[in-house]
Design a protein around this ligand. Sequence first.
Ligand code: ADP
Length: 483
Amino acid sequence: MLKLNDPALLETRAYVNGHWIENGNSFPVFNPATGEKIADVTDLGVEDVTLAIDGAYDAKAAWAAKTGKERGTILRKWHDLMVGNIDDLATILTAEMGKPLAEAKGEIMYGASYVEWFAEEAKRIYGDVIPGHQPDKRIVVLKQPVGVVGSITPWNFPNAMIARKVAPALAVGCTFVARPAELTPLSALAMAVLGERAGIPKGVFSVIPSSDASTVGKELCANTKVAKITFTGSTRVGKILMEQGAATVKKVSMELGGNAPFIVFDDADVDAAVEGALIAKYRNAGQTCVCANRIYVQSGVYKEFSEKLAKRVSALSVGDGFEEGVAIGPLINEAALSKVEAHLSDAIAKGARIATGGNRHSRGGTFFEPTVVTDVTRGMQVQHEETFGPIAPLFEFETEDEAVELANDTEFGLAGYFYAKDISRVWRVAERLETGMVGINTGLISTEVAPFGGVKQSGQGREGSKYGADDYLEIKYMCFGEI
Ligand code: ADP
């Protein structure tokens, strides 16, 4: 049993249209560090999903009619409750997802920061006045909420991936039905408990746990009361949802897979680059969509960088996220572990060498040693696929053009990172990288004040920043005649 200050935050029922419901069906949630079952969570079928959508549809007019300040005040309370309950929320998160407790707390603060940001933005959904095209005409542009939003989110950030979506949606007057990942529904349900306490009205925010993602996805896409689908997850599933949503012309926001390049040029501060790589690669055990997947190092600093990185990585402590000082938790499941192993053995078979790590961790379970591999080359799987695990593959390159070409040689385009000092090079490379986000001399770029999102097959739309509200707004133009 989890030790919580407020045991009511460990909610296992679904939250549908302002009611906590059970239906006799459930699915288990496990702790990936221990394999122990944490809870059995209500498993909704399609009828209850429809009820949640109906509730959101019925609630939307009254919610949209509130002033931005009124909605913002509720969101602000929600933010304060998240921060006030950070220890419990982080405990639930680490238990169901595995990340170190300190990282879980960081995630709660990160998720809450979006709620705070959009609580503030709720008052600033400005329209426009456009000079008329004829003497008797006046043109006004209004921004209005799209309506009911259906969300599907992954397990790697059980709190923040929902917060990043629900905060802008509610701020601008949309209502929201969240289907959390089946591996991590408890963090989402805890958010709903706090949302209810914050005063989010009935129907405005529902959480619909279900073990059957595809049935829920189909209903959210097919139901004409849903105006928009917002999804974070794999490019494969994103494409399925876009196809399914096409039948009812759903608006979509898609935060999909990444395959982030991390480039270290000869003129970089190598020590800073090593620290940046540690964060960009090993955070969440490599299980984030902006994790550095491919590390390109220029020949002049390759040896120095690889030795320093391997030294730092070999000192990272692996363990249960609840243990003090742990930097790397377990991988989420056996499938994740198999993918890491497959990428590694493919690289080794094609000539790569292990500098540190390389094996399942002696703790067993889904723990894997943080690993650095050198002599990695283009033909290897790690060049083209997201590993989503704690492996840093180091490629060597000679010229700037070669680095940019290698970095862009992927269908993905979420984040890219590079370390360099020369200001002309910094501009050139930043402009040429085909990614939605670029970290220059930093390995950590996520913040609520900046637009998060990808290009190419990494998705569409942006989360956070002054741009983030746009994804949940329609533009209405009104033409006034006979003035
Ligand atoms: P990940 O590799 O992060 O698990 P997925 O795209 O497989 O990425 O999963 C992201 C979310 O999408 C999860 O909540 C998962 O349950 C859900 N999902 C998986 N398949 C489908 C589908 N066919 N329709 C809707 N949601 C799906």
